[in-house]
Design a protein around this ligand. Structure first.
Ligand code: UD1
Ligand code: CA
Length: 461
């Protein structure tokens, strides 16, 4: 913004949000995987404000709101929710030497940074009004309604305070996003009288400015969704639909194919490389990062995972794990937290991994469980292999060396180490270490030398 200006966003989040009927504060409810409030803070930052102050209440609920704001925010406390005007006043000290204040309702999360910049520019020049307010023409519901004279606001009427308003009628409403010159704001806030209920409404600033002969200016949002507030769970679901749609469009324009957008859910923080295809019924959550040229879905659920280029995940779940390049998973497999699948690993049907590293090109094709294990490169894990990693009290580790061959239906009773190039026979129960290049047979397994190639070896196919 203009040189010398110092913009501080004051975000109001101290209200109770009773219409949500929730023990969770309204602005902490998740929207596309992030709290409602985090979307508002992100929009303010992207609009280019110099600082953000969030007005919160006191007590346990306020701590939840503070956490919802994310890292780097500053807070001002409004001990009792005595109205939006009072809430802004509570941020006065924290706003410090701001020259301009961007006031935002913490429950209006769909506003775009470009729109906020337009709002800020509306009061940037010397001859501009002292405040600007974002509006759109939408059904009035419970919003405040602007009384307009051209693009100037003569007053704001609270729908809730007036009888006989048709709430389905479309009018220019108060979005709760204002750009205000700081000296004017602080001096005029003091003049706002409390309502009969003892609340001090920020909206009264409109008639104060009009009375001074310098009415505030209305700025119209490009997209009416930008002004939508969230007061109940119906509005929360509507906002969710809008934001999900925006996220999908952004990825599609960045080169991601989404076969069936309505059944594809992508959280706000997810990154996806170009030429990746997302199949139907795919959920990408949290801080997931997906590389280029992957096929994810149909039926994939991926949370907080890093997936390298060229991976395939079909009808499977991946959580808090890393897949290097060219890994394929599924159908019907579960990659549980702290799994690391190196390049070229193949997980087929009904494979489960947990807290395990599988080396490059290792294969685990059919109904197996590998937990708390370190598996080398080029290992073949036969159908039905299980790491028995839990003895009822503690978890134990399994290690399997490069090139080992684990026969079908092997029980690896941890702690146990299988050496490089070793083999286990089908159905063996391995409860002691198998040295490199040796064979384990039977239940419990005995250790033998592998017979030379061409000789009749123990058949574990
Ligand atoms: C408010 C506006 C209304 C506008 C609507 C837009 C007023 C009086 N009304 O109504 O004109 O159309 O927002 O969404 O301003 N808050 C506090 N402290 C308080 C009261 C509220 O921090 O004492 C916060 C709330 O947490 C919320 C925001 O201010 O984030 C708005 O409060 P809310 O009670 O939702 O106001 P609305 O009835 O929606
Ligand atoms: Ca509201």
């Amino acid at each position: 913004m203009n040189s010398g200006a110092r913009w501080v966003a004051v975000i109001l989040a101290a209200g109770q949000g009773t219409r949500m009927r929730s023990s969770l504060p309204k602005v902490a409810h998740p929207l596309a995987g992030l709290p409602v409030l985090a979307h508002v803070v992100a929009a303010a930052r992207a609009a280019g404000v110099d600082d953000c102050v969030i007005v919160v209440g006191e007590g346990a609920a306020a701590d939840v709101v503070r956490a919802a704001a994310g890292a780097g925010a500053r807070f001002a406390v409004q001990a009792e929710p005595r109205g939006t005007g009072h809430a802004v006043e509570c941020a006065r000290d924290a706003a410090g030497n701001a020259t301009h204040v961007l006031i935002m309702n913490g429950d209006v999360p769909l506003v775009l940074p470009s729109t906020l910049r337009r709002l800020m520019r509306a009061i940037a020049s010397d001859d501009a009004p002292d405040f600007a307010l974002l509006t759109a023409c939408v059904p009035v519901e419970e919003y405040g309604i602007l009384e307009l004279d051209g693009d100037r606001i003569t007053s704001i009427m609270e729908t809730k305070a007036v009888e006989g308003i048709d709430r389905g009628e479309s009018r220019y409403i108060n979005s709760g996003q204002y750009a205000v010159r700081a000296p004017w704001l602080w001096s005029r806030l003091e003049r706002i009288a409390p309502s009969p209920g003892g609340e001090r409404y920020l909206t009264l600033l409109a008639s104060v400015a009009a009375g001074e002969g310098n009415a505030g200016v209305a700025v119209i949002a490009d997209d009416p969704a930008e002004v939508r507030g969230i007061n109940d769970r119906v509005q929360l679901a509507e906002a969710e639909a809008t934001i999900r749609d925006r996220i999908r469009r952004r990825h599609m324009l960045n080169g991601v194919t989404i076969v069936d957008p309505p059944s594809t859910f992508i959280d706000a923080g997810v990154e996806i490389g170009a030429d990746t295809t997302l199949g139907p019924q795919t959920h990408l959550e949290g801080a997931t990062v997906i590389g280029e040229g992957c096929t994810i879905g149909p039926g994939a659920s991926v949370r907080d995972a890093r997936i390298g280029p060229g991976c395939v995940v079909r009808y499977s779940m991946v959580e808090e794990s890393t897949l290097e390049d060219g890994v394929d998973v599924g159908p019907y497999s579960h990659v549980r937290p702290k799994s690391h699948l190196c390049a070229g690993v193949h997980l087929g049907n009904y494979a489960e991994t947990k807290a395990s590293r599988l080396g490059p090109r290792t294969k685990m094709g059919h109904f197996s469980y590998i937990g708390d294990a370190e598996v080398g490169a080029d290992v073949n894990i036969g159908a039905g292999t299980i790491t028995a990693n839990y003895d009822g009290e503690r978890k134990h580790r399994t290690t399997i060396g490069d090139g080992a061959f684990i026969g079908s239906d092997t029980m690896l009773v941890a702690p146990v180490n299988i050496g490089a190039g070793a083999r286990t026979a089908a159905g063996s129960v391995v409860n002691k270490d198998v040295p490199a290049g040796m064979l384990a047979v039977g239940a419990p397994a005995r250790i033998r030398a592998l017979r030379p190639a061409g000789d009749e070896a123990y058949d574990d196919r």
